[in-house]
Design a protein around this ligand. Sequence first.
Ligand code: NAI
Ligand code: MG
Length: 366
Amino acid sequence: SNPSLLILPGDGIGPEVMTEVTKIIDWYGAKGGLKFDVTMDLVGGCAYDKHGTPLTDETMAKAQDVDAVLLGAVGGPKYDNLDFSVKPERGLLRLRKEMDLYANLRPAQCFDALADFSSLKKDVVAGLDLMIVRELTAGVYFGEPRGIFEEGNERVGINTQRYTESEIDRVARSAFELARKRDNKVTSVEKANVMESGILWREVVQKVRDEDYPDVELNHMYADNCAMQLVRAPKQFDVIVTDNLFGDILSDCAAMLTGSLGMLPSASLGAPMANGRPKALYEPVHGSAPDIAGQGKANPIACILSFAMALRYSFDQGAEATRLEQAVEKVLADGLRTADLLGEEGVKPVSTSEMGDAIVAALDAS
Ligand code: NAI
Ligand code: MG
């Protein structure tokens, strides 16, 4: 049977950018020799409007059942005053939690045509293609004890950095699996010089590599040095694997190496399913952008590149993923720009659908 895909367009520009992804999926079905069983459903504010909840049990069950979930974005001013329990983002949180998506993947990829957009020098970022794997379900954001406590005559704020061997082991495996589909190189990042959890992290990652991934190159780096190296010479990295806190900071830093929010894809992966594929949710990093929703201004590339990640990491279609990324590269090189990518004067922006159509045309010509 065909690989299955659950599409949850969501709110605001979510449905607008997802329409462009659907064109690409249709192209693959008609001309690219790749058919998917696609189901569409509601998440976020639109699900609340229809069902009174941002994610129904039925939709949750579908998400658990498919090979991959592709999500647009959720939220908007209309829902800002809803009770916390039914807010749009609760739909997304429920998906991540119940699918147990512990590895958050944030690529930083620099398309040559946009190298001028980077905050760094062009030659430092041109051709950049790295991936940060952030552990997402443990660490200092969740460890106990946590809270603000009385201690003597003052208060003390406490968070606990806590990692079990199995939590480190599983995210390390995600990183090594990814590296095998890329340049076969992993940099593991912690602060083993000053943190016990860092010592354990380093030990466990090394053990996973030595026992099960001896073909993958592994090196270890302190987090502060990694921050420096990301800005100094980011092309030295292929896959970076790190904990929740360091990953939060380093992935935002890496994202800005390459420019607009409208260009950034992401994936969240969990444990391998019976068919060997990881549980997976793909989504652009951006939100529902209510300020431009309904105007045909949204850049669909972040969502399209999220689908390219699904091709590579869920469907074992690395060559097709590269082909789609090259189609994106081609239209950018041809000078097409949505409004968020405008720098040069005198360039007229294209609409969301014009950008999507051009990418389909570039695929067709490839
Ligand atoms: P946002 O990412 O929606 O927008 C930030 C800025 O970037 C806006 O000026 C927007 O127009 C622009 N932008 C974002 N995506 C773009 C695209 N594809 N093309 C062109 N321009 C783009 O973040 P914001 O404004 O903080 O949040 C808006 C709503 O989205 C809120 O309700 C928030 O809760 C929700 N949100 C949802 C997320 C998700 O579904 N994963 C993530 C972040 C925010
Ligand atoms: Mg952050």
